[in-house]
Write a protein of this length. Structure first.
Length: 298
């Protein structure tokens, strides 16, 4: 029995529940590969799973880690076009905080020669979320305006750049400090708004000729969903994919009627559970970020 090092969670709590252990090294099944992990992403979802405060209950014990970048160490039966030694990155549910991880071969993204493992590991979860909240749930069209909250955060950092690549105009970025707004500007944001200022919805309307944004990416919670509706254009789409404040907020459904507003939810594991959506979109988002000058927030 070949052993490997991994991080395991046997009880829910804060970082002290993360325990280094020796466990059996997994073997790839049919259609799978074994990746020797060089870098693993650390995400908000990992911390919430560790506390059992994620969208869905987490079973114990488990090894956290959704993003894995490394080298293919072994290929399972039926795997084609993947070879031992290939440098790859992929997205898992859990299991990334380990020396080795098993992943479906169809979900691998080759890492370009100019990108290191740390940069690659910053792409899948946040990059795929940025892609789907704009493309799938937001149904963004070229020339439409986008409001990206927390633009200096993981998803926001990539969403600003993705929106620009998709032809959005203007791309409006919010953040809580001038330093973070400067970063959003460097990423390509057209309009900068400090969301700690009470009149930020009015600033968004002014930036869109009084109309409001066509697509708003909402992950703050609290009173932000209601304020977002104040600066959402007619027929606009607000995509909810988190509640970082800890307060999920509330909405009155009838308020959506007047301006034909649409509120859509996004939960990445539902995409991962559908191979016809997950595989192609993982490659599409991965190709966008690895084949362009897009920056990663790692």
């Amino acid at each position: 029995m070949v052993q490997m090092k991994a991080i395991r969670v046997d009880e829910f709590g804060e970082p002290e529940v993360l325990e280094p252990v020796e466990v059996e090294r997994p073997s790839p099944g049919e259609g799978e590969v074994l990746i020797e992990t060089s870098s693993a992403g650390v995400n908000y979802a990992d911390t919430m799973r560790r506390r059992n405060q994620y969208v869905e209950p987490q079973e114990l014990p488990f090894t956290p880690g959704s993003e894995v970048a490394g080298t293919v160490a072994e290929v399972g039966d039926g795997v084609e076009d993947v070879n031992v030694g290939d440098r790859v990155v992929t997205l898992l549910g859990t299991g990334g905080y380990a020396a080795y991880a098993v992943a479906p071969a169809r979900n691998l993204i080759p890492i370009p020669g100019g990108m290191d493992f740390d940069e690659a590991a910053a792409i899948p979860l946040q990059g795929l979320t940025a892609y789907h909240v704009l493309e799938t749930s937001g149904q963004l069209k070229e020339g439409e305006s986008v409001l990206v909250h927390a633009a200096a955060g993981g998803v926001g950092y990539l969403a600003v750049q993705m929106a620009k690549l998709m032809g959005a105009s203007p791309v409006i970025a919010t953040a809580s400090t001038q330093e973070k707004l400067d970063l959003a500007s460097d990423l390509g944001a057209d309009v900068l708004v400090n969301y700690t200022e009470e009149d930020w919805p009015e600033q968004v309307r002014e930036a869109t000729d009084g109309n409001g944004a066509d697509v708003i990416l909402e992950m703050v919670g609290g009173d932000f969903p209601q304020k977002n509706l104040q600066c959402l254009n007619a027929f606009g789409r607000m995509v909810v994919f988190g509640a970082a404040s800890g307060d999920r907020g509330s909405l009155v459904p009838a308020e959506l009627m007047k301006n034909n507003h649409v509120v859509a939810g996004f939960y990445l594991p539902n995409i991962m559970a559908r191979p016809e959506l997950f595989g192609p979109s993982l490659h599409s988002a991965g190709s966008t970020f690895t084949n362009t000058a897009v920056k990663t927030n790692n």
